[in-house]
Design a protein around this ligand. Structure first.
Ligand SMILES: *[C@@H]1O[C@H](CO)[C@@H](O)[C@H](O)[C@H]1NC(C)=O
Ligand SMILES: *[C@@H]1O[C@H](CO)[C@@H](O)[C@H](O)[C@H]1NC(C)=O
Length: 219
């Protein structure tokens, strides 16, 4: 099954509908509010998840709600979702259930977000800029579906669509990493190249609408 998926993936990469890129040192810029600009990320392996870790860096000056990372399956809205409701309130969803992590943030600094989730205990652990914001529990015993659309820049209300400009991300995003296991977050720092599902240095993705890739502004 995995061989087949990898084969199909290779075919799509070769046929040019997707590209695999070393994004080291680069960022995606979402330059304006829209319901059409997004980046679709394709994991190296499509598999269901009992544990995962997601890390990314972002800069925005939005004060309205916006989506950071949207992972939907055909059957589940908000299967994994990182969403900012108001400044400093990070909503983290698994299987369409959410918890909030509150952070005192400086509005105009870029953020380094890392969150992990473990099915056995339901524990979600959230780190912001290298500091833990504590642990909360959700969806204990749940398994996240594998056949997903993973989207940066927009919040999905269906599988790969139903975007709302008023929830779109405007700003810059880089170093997006997804692991199929819980990574000790105190050790992540800048070593994101171990990520096995989404790897910034071998990023399989598809850009849609007004998205610009440029060298990142922040380290
Ligand atoms: C998920 O993590 C738990 C330990 O936290 C482990 O027992 C389990 O095997 C892991 N599941 C998978 C699919 O890796
Ligand atoms: C990062 O990982 C990718 C994919 O595994 C690999 O191609 C690349 O050489 C790695 N880069 C470094 C600096 O380790």
């Amino acid at each position: 099954m995995e061989k087949l998926t990898v084969g199909l993936l290779l075919l799509s990469v070769l046929s040019g509908s997707m590209s695999q890129t070393d994004m080291k040192g680069k960022a995606f810029i979402f330059p304006e509010e829209s319901s059409t600009a997004y980046v679709s990320l394709i994991p190296k392996v499509s598999k269901s998840l009992q544990n995962f870790t997601l890390c990314l860096k972002a800069f925005t000056d939005l004060s309205r709600p916006y989506s950071i990372f949207s992972y939907n399956t055909r059957t589940k809205d908000n299967e994994i979702l990182l969403f900012v409701e108001t400044i400093g309130e990070y909503m983290f969803y698994v299987g369409n259930s959410g918890v909030i992590f509150k952070a005192p943030t400086n509005h105009f600094d870029p953020v380094h977000i890392c969150v992990s989730w473990e099915s056995d205990s339901g524990m979600a652990e959230f780190w912001l800029n290298g500091k833990p914001l504590g642990r909360k529990g959700l969806k204990k015993g749940y398994t996240v579906g594998g056949d997903a659309k993973i989207i940066l820049g927009q919040e999905q209300d269906s599988y790969g669509g139903s975007f709302d400009a008023k929830q779109s991300f405007v700003g810059e995003m880089w170093d997006v990493s997804l692991w199929d296991h819980v990574v000790p977050l105190e050790k992540v720092s800048d070593n994101c190249n171990s990520s096995n599902l989404i790897n910034w240095q071998a990023l399989i993705h598809e850009e849609n609408g007004y998205v610009v890739t440029k060298p990142k502004l922040w380290t």
